[in-house]
Design a binder for this molecule. Structure first.
Ligand SMILES: [Zn+2]
Length: 422
């Protein structure tokens, strides 16, 4: 028994060492941030970071209190010791830290609602190196509310995994603002495309459930998510954001954070289950609740919540109470909305594929805990059932399921718009 235990410890240690080696490798290539400065021109405030190399970046704004958040490729901070953190103009202060491996986050505290007027990278000149430039200008509270959301949609997603060379292409034009202007407001109750975040379960070191024929949940979840994204975006009504678009590990809480940062209107986590019996089959949809609707739902939630532990993320400091607190934070409205969508989705899935008898259930799924985003978790079927495993591996079947998801998303927002009109 102690041998078994030692073997597991060794495996986890191996994993951690491997990860550490990779990040040390990245550290050597990290661009350095050597200076920050502020400039004021009329109403606008300019924020500049001098860098030793080009970086990728993604900017969004937050209210209560007003902040501007800049996520950029991980940089090494080599600021002169006299650098003050007090800001200037409408910026009252700034701070920075490593947000997650590969991503540095800079937060600017602003004294009033602002808009990102321009943001760009300047290539090195005779006198200066690479520069990240951000121009902010004050706006009214109403404009801020409208634009913060649209900017989050229009900004290209920040991808620390894209090589820097791909970002700093020769076609780079510093005169073209990176943030697109918001679309003109129409009469529709909702302006711009709805944001649907699709979350393919598991990935990387966490394969998820394994099918009777060896199919991995992480692979079918990703394939299905890509199909759903394609079909949602083909309608022209939605922007679909994936929490992962390749075989990589993403922490559960980062999946939730991504949904919130993308300004998600809806969050759909995609999974496939596996159990001891090869006979059980059918899709099911889960929503968040503190008290699980039944024992199986509770067990499933516990299984899905283990993803972080499998990947070696240390959860020792997170006691079970955190779950309760997070759930009580969740607005009952977004839970109700999630349940409404779940019912619509079950209706559509019933037409497209087989579903479980009790097809909508609830439990404490960590990945459904964005307090302000209606969220559901879909188990597309059982990989332990050979027919369903074959189906999930078939593109035609995944297309059918994706079409069902799109239909449900359409009815969900149609209902929403009707409510906001009346
Ligand atoms: Zn899963």
């Amino acid at each position: 028994m102690s041998f078994g235990k030692r073997a597991i410890v060794a495996l986890v240690a191996g994993l951690l060492i491997a990860t550490a080696t990779v990040s040390t490798g990245n550290a050597a290539a990290k661009p350095a941030a050597t200076s920050v400065r502020f400039g004021i021109q009329d109403e606008a405030t300019r924020f500049v970071v001098e860098l030793s190399a080009a970086v990728g970046f993604h900017i969004f704004t937050l209210p209560d209190p007003y902040r501007v958040v800049i996520d950029m490729s991980e940089v090494a901070w080599r600021l002169p010791s006299e650098t003050a953190d007090t800001g200037n103009g409408i910026v009252s202060g700034f701070r920075y830290s490593l947000f997650r491996p590969g991503t540095t986050r800079i937060v600017l505290d602003v004294t009033k609602p602002v808009r990102v007027k321009r943001s760009f990278l300047l290539p090195p000149s005779d006198k200066q190196g690479h520069r990240f430039v951000l121009d902010l200008e004050p706006v009214t509270t109403a404009t801020f509310d409208d634009e913060a959301r649209l900017a989050a949609i229009a900004t290209p997603e920040f991808r620390p995994d894209i090589p820097l060379a791909a970002i700093a292409t020769p076609e780079f034009r510093p005169d073209i603002p990176v943030v697109k202007p918001p679309a003109p407001a129409g009469d529709a109750p909702h302006v711009g495309r709805r944001v649907v975040v699709i979350d393919p379960g598991h990935g990387g070191v966490d394969p998820g459930a394994i099918g009777s024929g060896g199919t991995r949940e992480k692979a079918v979840a990703l394939a299905a998510a890509l199909e759903i994204k394609e079909q949602l975006e083909a309608t022209g009504r939605y922007k679909a954001v994936l929490t992962r678009d390749r075989d990589t590990f993403v922490r559960l809480r980062d999946r939730v954070a991504m949904a919130r940062e993308a300004g998600a209107d809806l969050f759909i986590s995609i999974h496939a289950d596996s159990i001891g019996s090869s006979k059980v089959n059918g899709a099911s949809v889960y929503t968040l609740s503190k008290d699980a609707s039944d024992k199986e739902a509770a067990k499933l939630a516990a299984k899905e919540n283990k993803a972080d532990i499998i990947a070696g993320v240390n959860l020792a400091h997170e006691n079970p109470e955190v779950t309760d607190i997070l759930i009580s934070l969740a607005q009952s409205e977004s839970i109700n909305e999630g349940a409404r969508f779940a019912n619509m989705l079950i209706g559509e899935l019933r037409r497209a594929t087989s579903t479980l008898q009790k097809s909508h259930r609830s439990a404490g799924f960590a990945v459904l805990m964005a307090p302000d985003v209606p969220s559901v978790l879909v188990e597309m079927g059982y990989l332990s059932n050979p027919t369903e495993e074959k189906n999930l591996k078939s593109k035609a079947h995944r297309r059918k399921m994706a079409a069902a998801v799109v239909k449900a998303v359409d009815s969900y927002f149609a209902h929403h718009d009707q409510l906001s009109r009346s």
